[in-house]
Write a protein that binds this ligand. Structure first.
Ligand SMILES: *Cc1c(COP(=O)(O)O)cnc(C)c1O
Length: 402
């Protein structure tokens, strides 16, 4: 296809679509493993993985097989009836997370909302917080999704401005500062909601003693610790869950994105009975949550993560990625390269990240800028070492022009 076709497709999307995104000017039509192809047949290394939804690689044959087979048999029943696939998914997630119960939803934001509701109800019924007084502590720089409640506790004006009034009951403290968080906890606090590494903020990795200190403070004050592992979970950081790096086991974990390997929106909250037991029939739900198609896809996506040992691959290749960028990059504009597993960021002194993303696109690498100065790199975890090195050979000369 021709450049005219690319321009026409972009124009069509912009003519009829609400302008709530600012995508790079590339139109993709095919994906396989760590690669995607545009409508003109050019191949790119995918260094975003749909914000870590595609950890298992594009169109993984095992997950595609599970999806097509299940789609032809039974896709949706609603929770008015049982289906023969949901239980298997719930058991698998419970066993992998080590929690007693799982509540399935669809998008990440819905699972975050589910966790907020669970923590509040636990606060009233178990902790004994007076009615409508429950408070949840969150961190500055957070990203937990786009619902009206969630954007209300964002610290990014672009995310919350114009969408008020904010839902009350949230208090924000600096990320990575355990003392500040401890100060914010009190008898009315039901939960703490954090990302173990802040993804959208630009791969912000807190000090290793942060989450353990938060864990301890939560126990002292009888507060639930909820970790949003929608982006960090399922192998991305080199462990199945990012909390395992520091041993701070949460009371609730939120999963999404790679839970479906990028084929279909599947999310969930996992926790013990004491927490998820607060939900009774009629108090929470979702028409599509736990549907058989989602369950078949999630089971296959989790099997791929385990059978292909993608966490270990992320750990090993993440070391290569970070150390090679640090060793080879030679520009005074580079402030820092940081990462855990295959969740990597390069931060620059000047706001050049968008220009660099456009230049990377021209050489066949798709990466996304965040907050003007930071470029994020998060390839599918199925990428092979020689492929990663090939990508590095494309990335390094472009970043050196920063
Ligand atoms: C992407 C993301 C969400 C929101 O997920 P959606 O599926 O887009 O609603 C929530 N939390 C984190 C940490 C995320 O990265």
């Amino acid at each position: 296809m021709s450049p005219d076709r690319t321009a026409a497709l972009i124009q069509q999307a912009e003519r009829y679509g609400a302008h709530n995104y600012h995508p790079l000017p590339v139109v993709l039509s095919r994906g396989e493993g760590c690669f995607v192809w545009d409508v003109e047949g050019r191949r790119y290394f995918d260094m975003l993985s749909a914000y870590s939804a595609v950890n298992q690689g594009h169109c993984h044959p095992r997950i595609v097989g599970a999806l097509t087979e299940q789609a032809a048999r039974l896709a949706l029943t609603s929770r008015a009836f049982h289906n023969d696939r949901m239980g298997g998914m719930l058991q698998k997630i419970a066993e992998l997370t080590g929690f007693e119960k799982v509540l399935p939803m669809n998008t990440g934001a819905e699972a975050v909302e589910t966790a907020i509701k669970a923590m509040r109800k636990w606060g009233y019924e178990v902790k004994g917080i007076p009615q409508d007084q429950a408070e949840i502590v969150v961190a500055e720089g957070n990203f937990h999704g786009r619902t009206t409640t969630i954007v209300g506790f964002s610290s990014d004006p672009g995310t919350y401005q114009g969408f008020g009034p904010k839902t009350p009951g949230f208090r924000s403290v600096p990320y990575g500062d355990a003392a500040a968080l401890r100060e914010a906890l009190g008898p009315h606090t039901c939960g703490v909601l954090l990302e173990p590494i802040q993804g959208e903020a630009g791969v912000k990795i807190p000090p290793d003693d942060y989450l353990p200190a938060v864990r301890a403070a939560c126990e002292e004050q009888k507060v639930l610790l909820c970790l949003d592992e929608i982006q960090t979970g399922l192998g991305r950081t080199g462990k199945l869950f990012a909390w395992e790096h520091v041993g701070a086991r949460p009371d609730l974990i939120i999963l999404g994105k790679a839970l479906s390997g990028g084929l279909y929106p599947v999310s969930c909250v996992a926790a013990n009975d004491e927490v998820l037991g607060v939900f009774t029939p009629g108090t929470h739900g979702s028409t599509y949550g736990g549907n058989p198609l989602a369950a078949a896809v999630a089971c296959a996506a989790l099997d791929v993560l385990i059978d292909e040992d993608l966490s270990a691959r992320a750990a090993a290749l993440g070391e290569v990625f970070v150390s090679e960028l640090r060793r080879r990059l030679d520009t005074p504009q580079l402030l820092e390269v940081r990462g855990r597993g295959l969740m990597v960021a390069a931060e620059f002194r000047r706001p050049c990240a968008h220009e660099l993303a456009l230049e990377l696109m021209k050489v066949g690498v798709l990466a996304k800028d965040t907050h003007d100065t930071t470029l994020r790199f998060a390839p599918p975890l199925v990428i092979r070492e020689e492929q990663l090195r090939e990508a590095l050979d494309l990335i390094v000369p472009v970043l050196d022009r920063a």
